[in-house]
Design a protein around this ligand. Structure first.
Ligand code: PHE
Length: 495
């Protein structure tokens, strides 16, 4: 992050990335705010204690100022994604996927929230959900901080507490962009979209106060399906997947879990039957190649649900996790002032599902403005397999470096020595320089020098554009810039 201490709003941009024209055109305002020392209100202090202004740099995003501190790690390149909102773009596969799933959670039982702002407090994203202080999700290597109290939401669950407090309907969905510092490969991107869903019942309102009975009755109203789902574990397991025994009876948790699983299985059936029907209607011989659909429930852990599960779909030889869910922790309802409610919640990755649904091979494609990609998607009714328009050649290059030895005093506080080195920092530097021209980055070698104890890493960077053939000069220049940036930002020594 480059901050200019000029005392007025400054504008800057970053290197242009091929194909992402709208991004190159975007500007982020970085404002430098002057703060005054607080004036004493004591009567005897006649003279104001006004001192020369203290310079306090701040980030301006969507007209709001966020002070900058030691925690700030969000680069301008990431902030530039905020206006994109793929889940709202008409005819975008992320948006179509959202609408198909929403259709399974109809109003008025469910309210659909699609416009919640991505900048949230640490309290919303983590504290309100009971994340322990040492949870890895809180670390600066995993999460984008605007400052120590403010983050780009890492999941749509960040809004659960406020919507429970709002208490508008028995259920809701939230679709939104979420941000995580992560690896670079064909299924990971630092920005993606999730849909959160929740359903609750009110102890005071169900017939005879019998929640379990009311939930089973509602379950009967869900559309039937004949998909066989593997679900080998008991709903409740005392160690691995415990009942919230102080709040729920076994019958209540069983009923809520059954309603949750049936609702989500309905989503999977809906998505894949649309894909299959569309393929069949188009006379596509591949109609059955989309399937056979194999789906299974596995036990999981989330700080804000118990018991918890993940739903996995078998796709191209692997089990792929598409959603997490569980019985909502009662503390969330209690803290939101609705202690008599109980129910379930889930979070589903929209790109993951869209990749399955349309056979989209690379997550970078969702961000493409290339009409050869975008024109292939039209309506909910017409889901068809994505036809790759071309596969341009890849070019990989290696970079090897030594970390600073931990005793070295050279370099600034953010420089990487053996203790604070995190792979996600390498990923981000590569992403910042290469943008969507980088397909993946893999660690290919790692060793510690036997005498000096210094650590060495080698990463292989695969450069490939989705839209054209890169020239040699271009790739060499990119790689050179990556190498320079690694030295500059991480203080590594190239080998
Ligand atoms: N927020 C979780 C995630 O991002 C998913 C989740 C949502 C799990 C709601 C349980 C309940 O992984």
């Amino acid at each position: 992050m480059r901050l200019l201490a000029t005392g007025r709003a400054v504008r800057f941009t970053w290197s242009k990335r091929s194909g992402t024209i709208s991004r190159a055109k975007l500007w982020i305002n970085v404002n430098i705010q002057y703060q005054q020392r607080p004036q004493s209100t004591a009567a005897h202090t006649a003279a104001p204690t006004f001192k020369s202004p203290v310079k306090a740099p701040a980030l301006e995003v969507d007209g709001k100022l966020y002070s900058v501190d030691d925690w700030t790690n969000v680069p301008a390149s990431i902030l530039s994604f905020l206006p994109r909102k793929l889940h709202l773009q008409p005819s975008h596969p992320v948006s179509i996927t959202r609408q198909v799933i929403e259709s399974n959670f109809p109003s008025p039982t469910y309210t659909h929230y699609n416009h919640l702002h991505p900048i949230v407090s640490v309290a919303q994203n983590f504290d309100s959900l009971g994340f322990p202080q040492d949870h890895p999700g809180r670390s600066r290597s995993d999460t984008y901080y605007l400052n120590k109290d403010t983050v780009l939401r890492t999941h749509t669950s960040a809004h659960e507490a406020e919507i429970f407090r709002d208490n508008k309907s028995e259920g809701y969905t939230i679709s939104a962009d979420v941000y995580r510092r992560d690896a670079i490969d064909r299924s990971h991107y630092p920005v993606f979209h999730q849909m959160e869903g929740a359903r609750m019942w009110d102890r005071r309102k169900v017939l005879g106060g019998d929640v379990a009975k009311a939930v089973w009755k509602d379950l009967e109203l869900l559309p039937k399906h004949n998909l066989e789902v593997e679900d080998p574990n008991p709903t409740i397991h005392p160690e691995r997947n415990p009942l919230q025994a102080e709040h729920h009876t076994t019958e209540e948790a069983e009923a809520i879990a059954a309603h949750l699983k049936k609702s989500l299985e309905g989503v999977v059936v809906e998505l894949f039957s649309r894909a299959r029907n569309a393929a069949a209607a188009a006379g596509n011989a591949d109609a059955n190649a989309i399937e056979p659909l194999r789906v299974r429930w596995v036990e999981a852990y989330f700080p804000f649900t118990s018991p918890s599960w993940e739903l996995e779909v078998f796709w191209q030889g692997d089990w792929l996790e598409i959603l997490g869910c569980g019985v909502t922790k009662q503390e969330l309802y209690i803290n939101a002032g609705v202690p008599h409610k109980l129910g379930w919640a889930f979070g589903i990755g929209l790109e993951r599902v869209a990749m399955l649904l349309y056979s989209i091979p690379d997550i970078r494609l969702f961000w493409s403005n290339d009409p050869r990609f975008l024109s292939q998607f039209s309506t909910l009714e017409k889901i068809s397999t994505y036809v790759p328009f071309s596969k341009y050649p890849a070019c990989y290059k290696d970079v090897s470096f030594w970390l600073r030895s931990s005793s070295s005093s050279a370099g600034g506080g953010s420089k990487a020595n053996a203790q604070d080195f995190h792979e996600n920092d390498v990923m981000e530097i590569v992403r910042d320089v290469g943008g969507d021209l980088v397909e993946d980055v893999r660690l290919t070698d790692e060793f510690t020098h036997p005498a000096s104890g210094r650590k060495s890493f080698c990463y292989r960077i695969n450069y490939r554009s989705l839209e054209r053939t890169l020239t040699n000069e271009e790739t060499n220049q990119l790689h050179d810039d990556v190498r320079k940036s690694l030295v500059e930002k991480l203080g590594v020594e190239l080998r």
